[in-house]
Design a protein around this ligand. Sequence first.
Ligand code: E4P
Length: 274
Amino acid sequence: MKIFIDTGSLEEIEEAYSSGIMDGITTNPSLMKKAVEELKKSGQMLDMEDYIKRILKAARGTPVSLEVTSSDYEGMVKEGIVLFKKFNPVAGNVVIKVPCNTSIEGQNRHFDGLKAIKALSSEGIPVNCTLIFTPEQALLAAKAGAKMVSPFAGRIDDFIRLKNSMHFGKSDYFPVQGIEKDGKKLEDNGVTSGIDLVAQCAEIFRYYGINAEVLAASIRNTRQLRDASLAGADIATAPLEVIKAAMRHPKTVEGVKVFSADVVPEYAAMGNGK
Ligand code: E4P
């Protein structure tokens, strides 16, 4: 499974890529807002275009998802083309992120996302379809030509908890005790957790030989990262803290301490080239 970092922070991207194992970057308007606010707070001048170019170069040839901000078909296509033409020449790694459906209450724009994915993909622009909360949204997005589809694991967990008045912290693993609470089956629309959503998308794609990659997004803890790989996700995108936490274990710390203490001088001398 490929591992992407989910951030708009250049500092975090550079730290993650120093590991040598990163496969890509996902951004969204909220992550960019957080990064921009932090830069401004630290008194740094911001040239947005230059900042994006630095992110693209820091990705070392791996894909970087840049999200459109329009919500109508024409606007998303125009913006996707502008972003791709402006930034793809920098490092050849731009992917345009398009929500599967931009319709909000009272609007009938149910197909604008799909139409935009189709139009951008037909121009040869790779699309990451975002805000996927059901396997059927993933299927339709893949049919429209998306290269990647992003089921939001953490946010579907938030949704199921809220719908069933369960209170957990944002980074808690879910389901904590299966899919029942107080002897009642949870209202979950047949998707029992964020990871179950990822697994269902992966299963459908496998079943039909669909080439789009399942990108497990909204990953908030290391168990979700592990479970995304067990569920057959092609990619998981996670914040830097989750990627770092995936490397931690108290027994690793203990082992490092014991091994360091046990090194005899003769053995240490060999590694020092003496
Ligand atoms: C990724 O593409 C999404 O933008 C991101 O994973 C959302 O994560 P969140 O639900 O923790 O904000």
